[in-house]
Design a protein around this ligand. Structure first.
Ligand code: ZN
Length: 225
């Protein structure tokens, strides 16, 4: 997520045009033999996730289409990732762009080089898309519909993510898990870590789970008697 672009909005706006309704970039002037005035700017490159991302090269600097779109919309380079709300990086229309709420975590290596690590929000975003095929927006909607609690026990998630303890212990609380039908792959609801494990241990067998509940009831009645 290099923001190390020397150009300002004013510099780029002289040579490039962005249409927020179509998401297309057009060269205003010819900047190279392949980037001619009036032509669409940028090339799409297939990334590891199989999706095509637009990059625009100007004076030897390769820039991400999403970052340049953000620059045109706000006149400032984004200092964090820009998301595609519909998960389609080909859709650079303004309403499809959303900036991350948190900055990426900047790491300076022993060699003095700077790199960026995904922050929790970005990791969630990409993790959800990769693991469950849903976007962060869809997740947030499900979360809101359930009132932020597990669909089985009705409680908030309390289990922590593995890893080093930090001062900000809230950031280590897991998110409710996206539970899906292992047979069909269909998404069911959001569950807490414990309830998700209960289903997993019972191999999603409702008979076993009902029998386990009856078993507990039988024994608690004995105790009460
Ligand atoms: Zn639960």
């Amino acid at each position: 997520m290099a923001k190390a672009v020397d150009f300002t909005y004013e510099d780029l706006a002289k040579v490039l045009d962005y249409d927020p309704l179509t998401g297309e970039f057009t060269w205003k002037v010819s900047v190279s033999s392949r980037a001619l005035a009036g032509g669409l700017a940028g090339v799409r490159q297939r990334m590891q996730n199989g999706k095509d991302y637009l990059s625009i090269t100007y004076r030897g600097r390769k820039m991400s289409g999403a970052q340049v779109a953000w620059l045109f919309l706000t006149k400032e380079w984004p200092d964090r990732s820009v998301f595609f709300i519909d998960e389609n990086p080909d859709n650079l229309r303004a309403p499809n762009l959303k900036i991350a709420e948190h900055k990426a975590i900047r790491i300076t290596g022993k060699d003095g080089k700077t790199s960026y690590k995904m922050n929790t929000e970005q990791a969630r975003h990409y993790g959800l898309a990769r693991s469950y095929g849903i976007s962060y927006t869809e997740y947030a909607e499900m979360h809101a519909r359930q009132g932020g609690v597990c669909a089985i026990c009705g409680l908030k998630e309390t289990s922590k993510l593995p890893g080093r303890k930090t001062k900000d212990s809230d950031s280590r609380t897991r998110d409710l898990s996206v539970d899906h039908d292992h047979a069909t792959g269909a998404i069911r609801n959001l569950l807490c870590n414990s309830c998700n494990h209960i289903l997993g241990e019972a191999k999603d067998n409702s008979k076993v789970l009902r029998a386990a509940a009856d078993y507990l009831d039988r024994h608690s009645q004995k105790e009460a008697a």
